[in-house]
Design a protein around this ligand. Structure first.
Ligand code: FMN
Length: 372
């Protein structure tokens, strides 16, 4: 009986060679304008050639910034806010396909976390809730702002489709704009986008509906969501699951189950020191609960390290696919190693030096070579 992990799986209209996903991971390998580089292409081809079924890029920005990230001394994210980004991606998509894997573009808007120095103005968010870490207070979005950002998502999605990507993943987790709307901690609105859970899910629903309208029924759309933002009066529990199901029903093929926010609870996104099977799969309960509420595929991320836990999650139907980030930084060939019978756990120790350095240095594992 073959292991469920290495059996083909459907994700919307996509046929995946297996159930193993490289979760979106900021690579720091874009140009200062947000174009993909040869180094990024090489990384994706390496992952693809060693058996990852679906690779999700790091988050690409859907709106243009006034200033380049290098002016702040940080690395640039990928960008997809203009048609000129289509062609360079088309070539990378072809190269990944030639290695047998699928490629999804993650797209997002940083909402209240967007640095004003880059935007050239105050960040936008559903409500003016300041960021404790920086003291920056975002501007409350008007209905026109909301409509405009929904269109930015739509246009970015169309570009991803034009470039030949197999799917788009909306980044709705970790404290970005979609999370800002979903969480009662950051959404204090009294109009149709605030208050009840259905109202707080409305922005995400509109994004999904508009994008589905533009890309048609056959294109795979995914969303990564935080099911607990670990803030007082924040998003959590059954309400988060119900909202995810509602958003999925608007036209998603899959939901990636995550948690935490970069602004308030970054340590919960990529939990440090995952060593024992009991520490693995730390958002598993949410995946299991979501499976009861949606027909969309459920992708579990967060602390998966051993084949035993992964096979259990899949065999028990708690998730349809599993995603990993840090283990692939240390071992891009991990999928091949497991498939060829070396089933020892991933050698990533979750030391999180990759996570601490992501804004400043291109992605690498620091375990054997710490930053001096
Ligand atoms: C260096 C680094 C960069 C990350 N960048 C992103 C990103 O661009 N988008 C995203 O959704 N998650 C990002 N994440 C979070 C991961 O996708 C994942 O949710 C988290 O690390 C937990 O999974 P893991 O235990 O397999 O690492 C990043 C994580 C790390 C370590």
């Amino acid at each position: 009986m073959p292991e469920p992990l290495f059996q083909p799986a459907a994700l919307g209209g996509l046929e995946l060679p297996n159930r193993l996903v490289r979760a979106a991971t900021f690579e720091g390998m874009a140009t200062d304008q947000g174009f993909p580089t040869a180094r990024l292409r090489e990384l994706y081809c390496r992952l693809a050639g060693s058996g990852v079924g679906l690779i999700i890029t790091s988050g690409a920005t859907i709106g243009a910034w006034a200033k380049r990230p290098s002016t702040l001394g940080v690395l640039s994210p990928l960008a997809i806010h203009h048609d000129r980004f289509i062609e360079p991606w088309a070539e990378i998509v072809d190269a990944v396909h030639a290695q047998g894997a699928k490629l999804a573009l993650q797209i997002g808007h940083n909402g209240r976390m967007e640095p004003p120095e880059l935007r050239g103005s105050a960040p936008m968010a559903p409500s003016a809730v300041p960021l404790e870490a920086t003291g920056v207070t975002p501007r409350e979005m008007t209905q026109d702002d909301i409509a405009e950002v929904v269109e930015l998502f739509g246009r970015a999605c169309g570009r991803a489709q034009a470039a030949g990507f197999d799917a788009v993943e909306f980044h709705g987790a970790h404290g970005n704009l979609i999370t800002n709307f979903m969480s009662p901690f950051t959404n204090r609105r009294s109009d149709g986008y605030g208050g009840s859970a259905a109202n707080r899910a409305r922005f995400a629903v509109e994004v999904v509906r508009r994008c589905r309208e533009l890309v048609g029924p056959g294109f795979t759309l995914l969303m990564k969501l935080s099911f607990d933002d670990f803030t007082e009066h924040g998003l959590r529990g059954q309400e988060a699951v119900d909202m995810a199901a509602l958003i999925a029903a608007a036209g998603l093929d899959g939901i990636e189950v995550s948690g935490g926010t970069l602004s308030e609870s970054g340590e919960r996104i990529a939990v440090r020191g995952v060593r024992a099977p009991s520490q693995e799969a730390y958002f598993r309960e949410y995946a299991r609960a979501l499976k009861q509420r949606t027909d969309a595929s459920v992708i579990l991320v967060g602390g998966l390290r051993s084949l035993g836990v992964i096979q259990e999650v899949l065999a028990q139907g708690e998730a349809d696919l599993v995603a990993m980030s840090r283990p692939f930084i240390r071992e891009p060939e991990l999928a091949r190693r497991w498939e060829s019978g070396d089933t020892r756990e991933a050698s990533c120790r979750s030391c999180n030096q990759c996570f601490e350095n992501w804004m400043f240095r291109p992605l690498r594992c620091y375990l054997d070579h710490p930053q001096p």
